[in-house]
Design a protein around this ligand. Sequence first.
Ligand code: ADP
Ligand code: ZN
Ligand code: ZN
Length: 730
Amino acid sequence: MFLRVALPTPLRRLFDYLPPLDESAESISKLKAGCRIAVAFGPRPMVGILIEVAHISEIAKDKLRPALNILDREPIIPVASLDLFKWAADYYHHSLGDVLQNALPAWLRQVDRQDIDSQAGLQITATGRDTDPSSLKSAKKQAALLSLLQHSDQPLTETDIIQHGFARNIINGLLEKQLIQSVRLPLAYSHSVVFGEPLKLNQEQQLALDTISKGAHCTLLAGITGSGKTEVYLQAIESSIKQGKQALVLVPEIGLTPQTLQRFEARFGPCVKLIHSACSDGERLATWLAAKDGAASIIIGTRSAIFTPLAKPGIIIVDEEHDASFKQQDGFRYSARDLAVVRAAQESIPVVLGSATPSLESLANVKAGRYQIAKLNQRAGNANPPVMRTIDLRHQKLNNGFSPESLFALRRCLDKGQQALVFINRRGYAPVLMCHDCGWYAQCQHCEARMTTHLRPAHLHCHHCDNQQRLPNSCPSCRSRQMVLIGQGTERSEEALQAEFPHVDVLRIDRDTTSRKTAMSEMLDQIQQGKPCIMVGTQMLAKGHHFPKLGLVLILDADGGLFSADFRGPEKMAQLLIQVAGRAGREDLAGEVLIQSHQPDHPQLQLLLQRGYFHFASELLQLRQVQQLPPATAMAMVRVSANKQDSPEAFLEEVILKADQLNQTGIKLMGPLPAPMPKRAGKFRAQLHIQANNKSILKNFLNVFVGLLETTKGKDQLHWSLDVDPIDMF
Ligand code: ADP
Ligand code: ZN
Ligand code: ZN
């Protein structure tokens, strides 16, 4: 007998091993797929996953090595999960071992891991129960934690508590006062669900909920921002849990805000489990096991949470399904949204894709009858949708990018005691630093890109490779001191607004100001207090947030999206505009959205503003049909990079030549093409686009084509990658 295992290597094949020497034939024949096996791969020990116990091997028995150790007697990976992983490996033409590497908690992939069987938890003490949290006046966070534990009749895990934003020192403070105590809890620990009062659904919401629970496979929940999609999710989840099943909720990376978590916990109590990139290995393992054993009822996570096994799957929800962060952009390039649909079909459960601005892919699936659609066209409660209009920048005298009309509108908004949001999709101070006398400009030496000037702290920063340099005082080329900063970044806007409105708080929210762990939640707290202020920020502000006092949204520049080289440019621009605009006019404030543009009459922009996203999207879909671009067709892309300029193109030319012998019916190869940024981080880059009439033609072609890529030798540290259904052409 042979153990056929998947190993974490990029090689797209399985590896055969002999059973460990001390294992009996009987115990081997009992092993099932999904058990972990320790093996030596070259000189290194590795954890592989058993895919089958085979009776024939293509490799001679004396060439095979015995496996080192059998780590599980019962499969650690459930069959359903293994089916999903195999499907993904097959569809994305990626190594199954590497898929598993992405999908499993790191803890399970370590050869010499210690077994852990319990985790730390905290519980209220008798004194703690009798202590009034408000008596801890000087320690507000401690009071909040005390109150949380008072209201929980079971202990909470430390992981859960830390995910609620309580730092270690807060916990220690209460432990020292003996108001709470430490306990050990099982690894797969979770709380029982409490059911809070659901809201009374309006007619549209009720219809949507009925549509979802009719049980048909996939529902696109297309609801404008503020229409109450979340309430529909909550009630769909509730009915699933009441049948004893589990719910998996995927949210975009920056959508996993404390606000999101609070809304779920307000309804279901502290049983909600989180999975995201900042989780430690131990936390991830605990959540994974709690989900696999069925102890956890609700799992909310970002992209990779789609791989979480569920003992009793009930429903999958993908919120903001259009969001680009659901697609992994390196290594194993999967789309968590698409896998959610596949997984739901495999497990025969409903899946809901929700968005105010659905992707063209999902709209096309509705059109083709593969998904059903439920629409929410009205804002829930009393809120009114915002009024959107353009501001013509032509002939205007701009103050640091702001037109007089925009500044006037900001002043009016603040005077009314409301808050304003200024959206600008570029961080730093200015995107170009140029010499007025000789035209020199700051360029990254590793990329074909300009370096962005940051002033706090002062430096030049390449946003493509992270290269950082001192800010020159004079021109490196002609020594002139006439250096000019061209264009707008968030820092510059913040400075200009603070000068214009000296008595108002200006909060800059971008990757630079939120790198400190609690910075974002501190700023959000300040905004929630409701005093007039101006938020200046990047797309971090676009999603998920709920700002009750927001009266005005100003979009500094809409022109970039209209003239993007990427065929998805207009779609992305429209989604961003509508999402940012959706932050305004929540609750009972009528919001206003102003869009600065040099092309205020641009037909696409006007179509979007006058007829709304769905009309806009449906025209774009027709255009894609004419242009034979996705989703009307299927697409894959090969990206190649190397140390020498010509190597990527030479490699692709050779591959294309070989591909002449393949059946190319319904396939169009385009390339070698220069990458949109031909040099990045010191590497030269080229691309090949593969367009196919449909997905199955693409899949059949790639099955053979990947073999050609694998057998073609590249020079100069050449690296290639295959991206099926790319969403970013970079
Ligand atoms: P979306 O997720 O579609 O952007 P939300 O779920 O955030 O919308 O809902 C917007 C606001 O409307 C929230 O404050 C929510 O509590 C409220 N809301 C949702 N559904 C109802 C309802 N049926 N009745 C009253 N208020 C509702
Ligand atoms: Zn100069
Ligand atoms: Zn660079």
